[in-house]
Design a protein around this ligand. Structure first.
Ligand code: IMP
Length: 194
């Protein structure tokens, strides 16, 4: 079965393909000649994941899944959330986003935060949602060089390292996206057997 992952991020694509049985062939947006910008206009992560998956299913007639991720900070009432990529404005810039977040949190002692990934799967006319959450804390300063986005200021619960100090293998095992993808993969495996 061919299944579109609504992304052009080859690292994400490879990671998921390796977890799937050979009977599922994963295709990127480029693979199906989808080059238009799919505008993420929803106010929730689920909403944006649905917009992307529905665009592909409706216009290209493929089974498809799409993901959307946000960092939700408790003391900022869940900000930046669905606006994580462009928190400090256009164009998307991770350094500016982290600086803005640390400034807004100031020296607030409540540093609780979570990354959340929402995945929407359109499969044979039905829609399914999967969530992955990674709880942790926002550090006072940036730490580590690896990863991307907010990784240098996020320390997952129970760990002494920031995401940016972990190997990608270690991060993927506990990350929001890793957990959501594991749920998706298990679901696809059992759907194929039934
Ligand atoms: P996307 O939905 O995967 O494109 O993620 C939206 C934004 O959330 C990204 O631009 C990053 O700023 C942030 N983000 C998503 N996943 C991570 C992560 O694993 N670490 C750090 N930041 C992330």
């Amino acid at each position: 079965m061919k299944l579109v992952f609504a992304t052009n991020n080859l690292n994400k694509l490879k990671e998921v393909q390796e977890m799937l049985p050979d009977s599922i062939e994963l295709l990127s947006l480029k693979d199906i000649n989808c080059f238009e910008d799919i505008e993420e206009t929803a106010t929730t992560l689920e909403g944006n994941a649905k917009i992307k998956a529905n665009h592909i299913t409706n216009h290209y007639n493929y089974n498809c899944f799409a993901d959307d991720t946000g960092l939700e900070v408790e003391a900022l009432q869940g900000e930046p959330g669905v606006y994580s990529a462009r928190y400090a404005g256009e164009p998307a810039n991770a350094e500016n986003n982290m600086t803005k977040l640390l400034k807004n949190l100031n020296q607030n002692t409540n540093r609780k935060a979570q990354f959340r990934t929402s995945i929407c799967l359109n499969l044979n006319g039905e829609q399914f949602l999967f969530n992955g959450i990674c709880e942790g804390n926002i550090l006072l300063d940036k730490k580590g060089e690896k990863g991307f986005g907010y990784d240098p200021i996020f320390q997952p619960k129970g760990y002494q390292q920031s995401f940016a100090e972990m190997s990608s293998e270690a991060k993927n095992k506990i990350s929001h996206r890793g957990l959501a993808i594991q749920k998706l993969v298990e679901f696809l495996k059992t759907s194929l057997i039934d």
